[in-house]
Design a protein around this ligand. Sequence first.
Ligand code: HQG
Length: 179
Amino acid sequence: MQNQQLSKTLSYVLRHKPEAFGLQLDTQGWIDVTELLRALHAHGHEVTPNQLHEVVATNDKQRFSLSADGAKIRANQGHSVAVDLELTAVVPPELLYHGTATRFLDSIRKDGLRSGSRQHVHLSADAETAVTVGSRHGKPVVLTVQAGRLHRAGGLFYLSANGVWLTEAVPPEYLGVAE
Ligand code: HQG
């Protein structure tokens, strides 16, 4: 399997559907590396520990982490299965960004940002990243999120191990359209 394909498979297994490979994440989202490689092998994918390490190290968004002893692997964010990433709530910057597609704007103006199938709403620290995120869904548009104000009102913010800001939901009154 090519590295990019392996990265996609890892996202699928570690964020969304471990059971598709007969696997189960632990409470914190970890899977035993040996078990993972065995399960991939059982599904016809030959992946060596070296290739796995290379994909973790070189992944463009640093999507995955290995445990300190290298025995376990997990996704840093993006889960739809319930996991506890043991993130500590932190004070966000005053302004964060959310990239989305223009076709979602009416609904977002009405309901705010919802996490949908994922555990969190994903926010970006800069507008450029948000454009890339939004482009995945169609014609991109970047929304500003008044994160500081929402935090002072009791909203909880987390920073994933790979620099993605996470929060539970953003009500419409905290949103604007970036210039
Ligand atoms: C939209 C990628 C209608 C939301 C990225 C988004 C990110 C609403 C879509 C990570 C809505 C969900 C997550 C509402 C939100 N009405 N649409 N009320 N509230 N939406 O893929 O943020 O490459 O689940 O704007 O870089 O696009 O996978 O979330 O367009 O970090 O590592 O519903 O995935 O990272 O889409 O992306 P997604 P996202 P990876």
